[in-house]
Design a protein around this ligand. Structure first.
Ligand SMILES: Cc1ncc(C[n+]2csc(CCOP(=O)(O)OP(=O)(O)O)c2C)c(N)n1
Length: 637
């Protein structure tokens, strides 16, 4: 297999098949290795797309960590894992980098099943310190584990979980390492008091006393001078991290191989308790288009390495995300009580559009979904109308807050749930699979799903108008169906679905954005001589029992369809059918859901095919249920 940079000279990288090979390089050669790794990252992400900026920022750090620590015995844990491309290149996956984020290829994050050098999988942020502490305990209780090193960004360390872990680790006092990768960026510019605090730290404190003696003089002196110049702070002034029980080392220049190696070697030799090394880096380092870009090329599509220009496919229709942002901004023009809340994802959720129109009514809480949900509960209790826009998979973080702070108190928080269903290249960690089930289980909650972008506009209006309690609406990643958009959203009747196609034999009851696929399935079924009713349920809670009873009464087959896991909409419908006595009659019922397994990355279409949710799959299921034996399932698929 031709490596993407075969044309470039990579003499040092060519010698590295595993981190053990790095140990034989001199310090000067390690710098050259880092340069080659950087070129390799640029060349390979140019062909696949991915998290470029974050990976470029940690090239030197990755080389230095592998040079000093003894992986895989030592456990190197990358928070989020989106910056791990240099790590993948150095840990035996170089020749597979061209498959990154593609079907059957390397994951875009760390993944235990992919490599022994990925001791802990990730993709959701702020888990690394907890996991590292867990490995530390395993080591101290005699397992074959070395040191644990968590590498966490300044954005990710803003989340509560990171502080829960440091609180615990600091009190335990066991030897472990946290590398704070401070590039002063999250996806968007980081927000919050902690972010300000860390910026202030640049220069505040120098080398922790136990380790100081092991460092070369110039580094010690440089840090001390920086501290005094910048802050005038006293020698004995402590950082927050020290108050939490960590030895604080830094700040150091995360692109200076000499500094990195000295500090890491000293820390590894001397540390007796938890150590935090504050490492300053530049997101997108070493690639001019990334360094110059407003988002440091956090996530890119394929691009031309010479110019940095990304290949953007021309969308046929605006994205659901954009439609949501515009619809909410429009509602908010008429309703001054509406506010928007995001957890560090203003661009990803479309709330940047809302913020442009209503800058004082948008709140970015940082990567803090739990806090964001309870904050919204407070905002609602205070009399406003909060719209919390969070991806389905990240909302999982805020679940107890949804139960305890929102649903139990019946507070009218509006949940805009983006990235519902399978999402493509980000894979299983980002799949919006569970929200229907986990929300529909809750008393007081209203749960809607948009079947197209016009429905989304109406659901935004419905949520704005609905004040009786919490309400959620889900919609998928990517572009809409291309339907005409209404001038203005009209609130839907709560708990009412609609029939969009009338037949007599088979009924397909779709919840959400698989309505188009359901229609295509109906075409396939009708080609076999049966007629099909297709209904858009709109609501998983409250269920439109009248609609369901009507479908059950008039058809011999009822199929539910949803872009979510078992235990969601289909389960809600089955509860009703069972309790209403329909299952004792001659009705064949089937539920089309995501299967009970995690689905690896591919294109969304390929992932839905893997899930058994294509129009052909739905039609085959319906025909089998209708006992149309003459049709072979394989024919129709
Ligand atoms: C729980 C959770 N919420 C949101 C995200 C989306 N997300 C991915 S990376 C990122 C920013 C991380 O910033 P930082 O830790 O500073 O790393 P950098 O990309 O700057 O290197 C965010 C918000 C996530 N992965 N997990």
């Amino acid at each position: 297999m031709r490596s993407p940079t075969e044309a470039c000279q990579t003499p040092h990288l060519d010698r590295v098949n595993a981190p053990s090979d790095i140990k034989s390089l001199t310090d000067a050669e390690l710098s050259l290795l880092a340069d080659e790794v950087r070129e390799e990252v640029i060349a390979s992400v140019a062909t696949t797309g991915g998290h470029l900026g974050s990976s470029l920022g940690v090239v030197e750090l990755t080389v230095a960590l592998h040079a000093v620590f003894d992986t895989p015995r030592d456990k190197l844990i990358w928070d989020v894992g989106h910056q791990c491309y240099p790590h993948k290149i150095l840990t035996g996956r170089r020749d597979k980098m061209h498959t990154l984020r593609q079907e059957g290829g390397l994951s875009g994050f760390t993944k235990r099943s992919e490599s022994e050098f990925d001791p802990f999988g990730a993709a959701h942020s702020s888990t690394s310190i907890s996991a590292a502490l867990g490995f530390t305990i395993a080591r101290d209780m005699g397992e074959a584990v070395g040191d644990a090193i968590a590498v966490i960004g300044d954005g990710s360390i803003s989340a509560g979980m990171a502080y829960e872990a440091m609180n615990n680790a600091g009190a335990m006092g066991r030897r472990m390492f946290v590398i704070l990768n401070d590039n002063e960026m999250s996806i968007a510019p980081p927000v919050g008091a902690m972010s300000n605090y860390m910026s202030g730290l640049s220069g505040l404190k120098d080398i922790a006393s136990g380790i100081e003696a092991a460092l070369p003089g110039p580094i010690r002196d440089h840090a001390r001078r920086a501290r005094q110049l910048v802050t005038g702070a006293h020698e004995e002034q402590s950082t927050l991290f020290e108050n939490l029980g960590f030895q604080y080392i830094g700040p150091i220049d995360g692109h200076d191989m000499g500094q990195l190696l000295s500090v890491l070697r000293a820390a590894r030799t001397r540390a007796t308790g938890p150590v935090l090394i504050h490492c300053c880096t530049t997101k997108g380092k070493g690639y001019a288009p990334a360094e110059a870009s407003h988002d440091s090329y956090h996530g890119v599509s394929k691009f031309d390495p010479a110019t940095g220009i990304q290949a953007k496919s021309k969308p046929n229709a605006p994205s659901y995300t954009q439609i949501f942002g515009e619809a909410l901004a429009d509602e908010a023009r008429r309703d001054p009580k509406i506010v928007g809340i995001t957890a560090a994802m203003p661009g990803g959720t479309g709330l940047d559009i809302f913020a442009k129109a209503h800058p004082n009514r948008m709140f970015d809480v940082g990567i803090a979904e739990q806090h964001g949900v309870t904050f919204a509960a407070g905002v609602a209790a205070g009399g406003l109308k909060p719209f919390v826009a969070i991806y389905s998979s990240f909302l999982q973080r805020g679940y107890d807050q949804i139960v305890h702070d929102v649903a139990l108190q019946n507070l009218p928080v509006r949940f805009a749930i983006d990235r519902a269903g399978l999402v493509g290249a980000d894979g299983a960690t980002h799949a919006g699979a569970f929200d229907i089930g986990y929300l529909a289980a809750l008393p007081n909650m209203v749960v809607m799903a948009a079947s197209d972008e016009a429905e989304l506009v109406h659901m935004v209006a419905t949520a704005a108008a609905y004040d009786k309690g919490p309400i959620a609406f889900r919609y998928p990643r990517g572009e809409g169906e291309g339907v005409m958009l209404p001038e203005k959203g009209i609130p839907l009747e709560i708990g009412k679905g609609i029939v969009v196609r009338q037949g007599f034999d088979v009924a397909i009851l779709s919840f959400g954005a698989h309505l188009g696929e359901s229609q295509r399935a109906a075409d396939l079924i009708e080609a076999q001589g049966l007629t099909v009713t297709v209904a858009d349920a709109r609501f998983a809670k409250p269920l439109d029992k009248h609609l369901i009873d009507g479908l059950a009464r008039k058809h011999s087959v009822l199929i539910t369809v949803e872009q979510g896991a078992e235990g969601g909409f289909g389960a809600m419908v089955l509860h009703h059918l069972a309790n209403a006595g329909w299952l004792e009659k001659s009705l064949a019922v089937r539920t089309i859901t995501l299967p009970d397994r995690f689905i690896d990355q591919a294109s969304p279409d390929a992932m839905y095919a893997d899930a058994g949710m294509t129009a052909g799959d739905i039609a085959a299921t319906a025909l089998q249920a209708a006992q149309v034996q003459r049709v072979k399932v394989t024919d129709i698929r």
